[in-house]
Design a protein around this ligand. Structure first.
Ligand code: PBG
Length: 332
């Protein structure tokens, strides 16, 4: 069959909206989005994060009000990130194991009010350590095995509070199997693990560390000895393979947009649920550009999210989730 010009004109189906819609290969809707939300202690608090316009830290009472609004617009799942007061931080992140800590209290209150909402909790110590690392420091290094012995308890404490999905974001080797075993022993056999399998040592996390008031670590004490080297992609496949063999149910690639190639490779190789995390720095870049009127915000939000789907992600963690639900749900 002769498919060359002029019999084939690829522009024909792009001419009208209906044919563009009919031939669209990918879609984004509210079922694809996870809202990363910042929480703080106290009452009646809603503080804007300085480097992330329209992103707030909520006290639990305010969070419940916001979540009710978003659940009515179709919110499926929330990922909680606490800002812990400095006086509760220590060398080993002890507050992470307090069953009445901020995250656990928030989980319990959310589960009571919104039993169908999926709740995801990070497993890592950085919100709780006074040095800002994701684990325990021994001899100047983040100690892998000592850190895991705490992380697996953190996972159980969060599962006890009612968390549906445990999301280890610490990048220690072997943490998935240890966490899985600890969950099984404690009879949380249906608690899911969504592993941040491929988490890169990225500058795009800058605004997040500000949001949770965790130290913005610079050389020589940055996170490069445990988070991945941005130059590598084979290592991501290796990480994912390990995590799956240790019992991860789903995986996360992080950051998002600069690492869509990793999402694509992991999806095509392993055919498992893959999530992208559009991180704080990606959000801040787009918001800053929109503020300068360098970009049209609404159009860019949709394009930035659909890219994840095209790359093969099943869903996306995005700080744009509330804006998306408010602005676009009706149109998509
Ligand atoms: C902590 C954690 C980080 C993010 C999620 N969990 C920061 C880090 O590793 O320093 C980043 C999220 C974002 O930038 O939006 N383990």
């Amino acid at each position: 069959m002769n498919r060359s010009y002029p019999t084939t004109r690829l522009r024909r189906i792009r001419m009208s909206k209906f044919s563009r819609n009919l031939t669209s290969e990918n879609f984004i809707n509210h079922n694809d989005l996870i809202w990363p939300a910042f929480i703080i202690n106290g009452k009646n608090q809603k503080q804007e994060v300085k480097k992330m316009p329209l992103v707030y830290r909520y006290s639990i009472d305010q969070l419940l009000i916001e979540v009710e609004h978003l659940v009515n617009l179709g919110l499926q799942a929330i990922a909680l990130f606490p800002q812990i007061e400095d006086h509760k931080k220590d060398e080993i992140g002890s507050e992470a194991l307090n069953p009445n800590n901020l995250v656990c209290n928030a989980v319990r209150r959310l589960k009571t009010s919104f039993p169908d909402l999926g709740i995801i909790c990070d497993v890592a110590l950085d919100p709780y350590t006074n040095h800002g690392h994701d684990g325990v420091i021994d001899n100047g290094q983040v100690d892998n095995d000592k850190t895991i012995s705490i992380l697996k308890k953190q996972a159980v404490v969060q599962a006890q509070a009612g968390c549906d999905i445990i999301a280890p974001s610490d990048m220690m080797d072997g943490r998935i199997i240890e966490i899985r075993n600890e969950l099984e022993i404690n009879n949380f056999k249906d608690t899911m693990i969504m592993s941040y399998s491929a988490k890169y040592a990225s500058s795009y996390y800058g605004p997040f560390r500000d949001a949770i008031n965790s130290k913005n670590l610079t050389e020589p004490s940055d996170k490069k000895s445990y988070q991945m080297n941005p130059a590598n992609s084979n290592a991501a496949l290796h990480e994912v393979k390990m995590d799956l063999s240790e019992g991860a149910d789903m995986i996360i690639i992080k950051p998002g947009m600069p690492y869509l190639d990793i999402i694509s490779k992991c999806k095509s190789k392993f055919k498992i649920p893959v999530f992208g995390f559009q991180v704080s720095g990606e959000y801040s870049m787009l918001m800053a550009a929109a503020k300068m009127k360098f970009l049209n915000l609404n159009d860019t939000i949709i394009e930035s999210l659909i890219c994840f789907k095209r790359a093969g992600a099943d869903g996306v963690f995005s700080y744009f989730t509330p804006l998306y639900l408010e602005e676009f749900k009706k149109n998509t």
